[in-house]
Design a protein around this ligand. Structure first.
Ligand code: ATP
Ligand code: SF4
Ligand code: MG
Length: 349
């Protein structure tokens, strides 16, 4: 059940056809002494209320930088947004007034980081830090804010929340700390949560519990969830759709079952083939050959071409557009696109 919270601003309704959050052709680069590192090169994705979008891709593909740009926590300088839009309910956050932007980023979009220990303040109790959300953003009294903190700790299933509300972050286990981070993100009942590798730092068994909790809360609160991960196993259970990133671009997006069943991009296919599977026990695991490119020298044409077994001449000269994927007879497949010149061969063989 959603926690009863006082909202100080008007609740904005969804407009049919307008995504809750849309990143459109976003470009971000880092100016360094060696040159410009093009970390995000035209990323577009959307997430709606009640929907989970998983963003997948190897290390350095620009997943976190995109998230940081949405949240307004991009390291600037050296980071610089060089193009694109971030639309919240159709309104571009990059061009709106600073005040409006602060309201949206404070109230409507929250972020969960990988490392709870460094995201929480070590010298303040978790109850104080949770309560601060309500004192600062909702003008609650200290007593009411603490009661809300306990309520939230209960909601994320911290045992004996009432007794533990005055404990400090280091007194909790890694999994419990991550639950506290989730509680912090939930406090103001945001419309969108961005979770950047929220379980990577945890033990495998705890990972599943925390991920289940996050998925449950996302459903109960009908939030949009952007889940950044490089774990394809995690994604299958919780995501509705997937956006695969490579060298700062989305190379494929699709509903989750579709993408697993028949990938339409050689890079996605490589990622899927490299997941350990029970039925493949004993067989050598496939690994995509080569390494992701340097962001200072992204290959021309398709950035994946030096690693792609299907690459031909056009792949080295022309950037493949993110094109709609269809059935062989041209029937559209809802929500599918691929940035590969030869997506038809990849998906339909
Ligand atoms: N503050 C910064 N200064 C310079 N370069 C940066 C900075 N932050 C990120 N980058 C560069 O931007 C690129 C994209 O980084 P990003 O953190 O988005 O990758 P990622 O996809 O989240 O990878 P990972 O899976 O390892 O978290 C990387 O090459 C990184 O070195
Ligand atoms: S465009 Fe060419 S190089 Fe790129 S993924 Fe497709 S086949 Fe491979
Ligand atoms: Mg990252």
């Amino acid at each position: 059940m959603p926690i009863d919270m006082d909202k100080t601003d008007v609740t904005e309704a969804d407009t049919p056809g307008v995504p809750l959050l849309e990143v459109r052709d976003l470009h971000v680069e880092f100016r360094t002494r060696e040159g410009a590192a093009k970390a995000v090169n035209g990323v577009s994705y959307t997430v709606d209320a009640g929907e989970t979008l998983a963003v997948l891709g190897e290390s350095g593909s620009g997943k976190s930088v995109t998230a940081q740009t949405i949240m307004g926590i991009l390291d600037t300088p050296p980071g610089r947004i060089t193009g694109g839009e971030i639309l919240f309910r159709g309104e571009d956050m990059l061009t709106m007034s600073e005040e409006r932007r602060r309201t949206i980023r404070g109230d409507k979009i929250a972020m969960i980081f990988q490392d709870a220990l460094s995201a929480l303040n070590p010298v303040l109790s978790v109850g104080y830090q949770l309560g601060e959300m309500f004192r600062v953003h909702r003008g609650m009294s200290r007593k009411d804010a603490k009661a809300k903190a306990v309520e939230l700790m209960d909601r994320v299933r911290i045992p004996a929340a009432k007794e533990r509300v005055n404990d400090f972050p280091h007194q909790f286990s890694g999994g419990m700390r991550q639950r506290i981070m989730i509680a912090m993100a939930l406090a103001l009942e945001p419309d969108v949560i961005i979770a950047d590798e929220p379980t990577t730092a945890l033990d495998v068994t705890v990972q599943a519990q925390v991920m289940d909790l996050l998925a449950e809360l996302q459903r109960d609160f009908t939030m949009g969830l952007i889940l950044i991960t490089h774990d394809l196993g995690v994604v299958a259970d919780v995501a509705d759709k997937i956006a695969v990133m490579y060298a700062g671009r989305i190379v494929e997006s699709a509903p989750v079952e579709e993408l697993y069943k028949r990938p339409a991009h050689p890079y996605t296919k490589g990622l899927l083939d490299s997941i350990p599977r029970l039925d493949h026990k004993g067989k050598e695991l496939y690994a995509i050959k080569g390494l992701p490119p340097s962001l200072m020298a992204i290959p021309g044409g398709c950035a994946f071409n030096p690693r792609c077994a299907r690459a031909r001449d056009i792949c080295r000269t022309e950037v493949p557009p993110l094109a709609d994927v269809t059935e062989p007879d041209g029937t559209p497949i809802g929500g599918r696109s691929s940035a590969c010149h030869f997506w038809k061969e990849t998906i339909h063989g």
